[in-house]
Design a protein around this ligand. Structure first.
Ligand SMILES: CC(C)(COP(=O)(O)OP(=O)(O)OC[C@H]1O[C@@H](n2cnc3c(N)ncnc32)[C@H](O)[C@@H]1OP(=O)(O)O)[C@@H](O)C(=O)NCCC(=O)NCCS
Length: 157
C-alpha cells in the first residue's frame, strides 16, 4: 500500500468510496434532507475541485481510501469498506497529519457526525480529542447545510 497525491484518474473510484462510506457512516444519523444531496455526482464534483488537497491510499494500483484538507481542517477521511480494520486508516491518518504539519498547521481539527461511533473511536485511538459539539456548515450543492457535529482537535508535532 502506498499513499500519494490524488490524480484526475482517481476521481471516479474515490467518488464511489466517498458515496458508499458516507452512507455507511451517516445515512442512519443525519437528516434525510442532507442525505438527498449526497449523490455520487456531488462527490465527483467536490473531488475535482479539491484535487490538489487530496491524498490517496492505493493498493495494487487501486485507490482504497482518501483524505482531503481544507486549511487547518482534516476535511474528509474515508476508507473503503474492504480495507477497514486493516491499518490502512492509521497509515492514511499518519500521512494526513504529516501533510497538515508540512503546510504549517500546528493544531488540526475535524468534524465528525454525532453518532458516527466507529469514526469517533478511530479518531480517539489516533490521539484526537473531542473538544466540543458545534454547528457545522456542511458543504452541499445547495449551499451550507447546518448540522450539529462533534469537533475533534489534535496538536501536530
Ligand atoms: C472512519 C474510518 C476511516 C476508520 O477506519 P477503520 O479502518 O474502520 O478504523 P479501525 O478499524 O482502525 O478503528 C475503528 C474502531 O472502531 C471500533 N468500532 C467498530 N464499529 C463500531 C461501532 N459501531 N461503535 C463503536 N466503535 C466501533 C472498531 O472495533 C475499532 O476499534 P478497536 O481497534 O478498538 O477495536 C472508516 O471506518 C470509514 O471510512 N468509515 C466510513 C466513512 C466515515 O465515517 N468517515 C469519517 C467521517 S467523519
Amino acid at each position: 500500500m502506498i499513499i500519494r497525491a490524488a490524480l484526475e484518474s482517481d476521481v471516479e473510484r474515490l467518488a464511489q468510496i466517498w458515496f458508499d462510506g458516507w452512507r455507511d457512516g451517516h445515512l442512519a444519523i443525519v437528516p434525510a434532507a442532507l442525505a438527498r444531496l449526497r449523490t455520487l455526482e456531488s462527490f465527483r464534483e467536490r473531488l475535482h475541485k479539491a484535487l490538489p488537497d487530496v491524498r490517496v491510499a492505493v493498493e495494487a494500483e487501486a485507490p482504497i481510501g482518501f483524505a482531503i484538507f481544507k486549511g487547518d481542517e482534516l476535511y474528509q477521511f474515508y476508507v473503503a469498506a474492504g480495507a477497514r480494520g486493516t491499518g490502512v486508516a492509521a497509515a492514511l491518518m499518519d500521512d494526513a497529519e504529516q501533510q497538515l504539519s508540512a503546510r504549517g498547521v500546528t493544531t488540526a481539527w475535524l468534524a465528525c457526525a454525532i453518532g458516527n461511533d466507529r469514526a469517533a473511536r478511530f479518531y480517539e485511538k489516533r490521539g484526537w480529542q473531542r473538544t466540543a459539539t458545534v454547528t457545522y456548515q456542511a458543504e452541499t450543492s445547495e449551499g451550507p447545510f447546518p448540522i450539529n457535529n462533534w469537533r475533534y482537535e489534535k496538536a501536530l508535532r
